[in-house]
Design a protein around this ligand. Structure first.
Ligand code: PGA
Length: 246
């Protein structure tokens, strides 16, 4: 399976010129990269410009609304994303959950993304002090409600423990492996073993160029969701190369 490395730029950079420059630098570094799918998820206002410079990397969005069209001030539809050639969309990121997105709403977004043909990157993860298994099981059960069997293979799950995001405290490889296995167990209970084995599960949380290869080479995860370190083309390219697929 191709490894998937996703750059989540969050609300960065501050200006379109800097976004284009960063995307160009990343693109140039991908010339010899094989067997790794790289996705760049810039803020909405930069999607159009960033798409113009991407050749190898795919375009991702950081969020979307579940309705097709209508009076929803401030929301962005999947139609609009598809017109901008977006292929992936992050759904249920913990930073959005922290702003009030609940499981039910995330479930609507996940189903809308699947219906539209965008590939959702569905984020799950526990906060410090919470029971990891309890949280993962709930978020997956609620998030996948009414998702039919034939759509499961199109979903990518990102295990992102909230305590590891942007904190410099990354989850150990062993804990990551355990969490990924647990996620597969939940999918297997909800669906079947084949879908559980086939689904891509990424790790995210303070991934940098020194720790990235431990997750990939050991097979603990199928790829990475990278925040802070994706804002430096050098660091991000080191992470892509460390996936060992060059
Ligand atoms: P981080 O963010 O790499 O800065 O910890 C990861 C994420 O939020 O997806």
């Amino acid at each position: 399976m191709k490894k998937l490395i996703v750059a989540n730029w969050k609300m960065n950079p501050d200006a379109p010129g800097r976004a284009v420059l960063l995307a160009e630098k990343i693109e140039r570094g991908l010339v010899k990269v094989k067997n790794t799918e790289v996705v760049i998820a810039p803020p909405f206002p930069f999607l159009f410009l960033v798409e113009k410079v991407l050749k190898r990397a795919r375009l991702g969005a950081q969020n979307m609304f579940w309705e097709d069209i209508g009076p929803y001030t401030g929301e962005v539809s999947w139609h609009q994303l598809k017109h901008l050639k977006v292929k992936y969309v992050i759904v249920g990121h913990s930073e959005r959950r922290a702003l009030g997105e609940a499981d039910e709403l995330i479930n609507r977004k996940l189903k809308a993304a699947l219906k539209s043909g965008l590939r959702p990157i569905f984020c799950v993860g526990e906060k410090e002090g919470e029971s990891r298994e309890e949280i993962l099981e709930r978020q997956i059960k609620e998030g996948f409600k009414d998702v039919p069997h034939n759509q499961v293979k199109n979903i990518i799950i990102a295990y992102e423990p909230v305590w590891a995001i942007g904190t410099g405290k990354n989850c150990s490889v062993n804990e990551t492996r355990e969490s990924v296995l647990f996620i597969r167990k939940v999918i297997s209970k909800l669906y079947n073993d084949k879908l559980a084995d086939g689904i891509s599960v990424l790790y995210g949380g303070s991934v940098n160029s020194s720790n990235s290869n431990s997750y990939i080479k050991t097979g603990a995860s199928d790829g990475l969701l990278v925040g802070g370190a994706s804002l430096s083309s050098e660091d991000f390219l080191k992470i892509v190369r460390s996936s060992g697929q060059i």
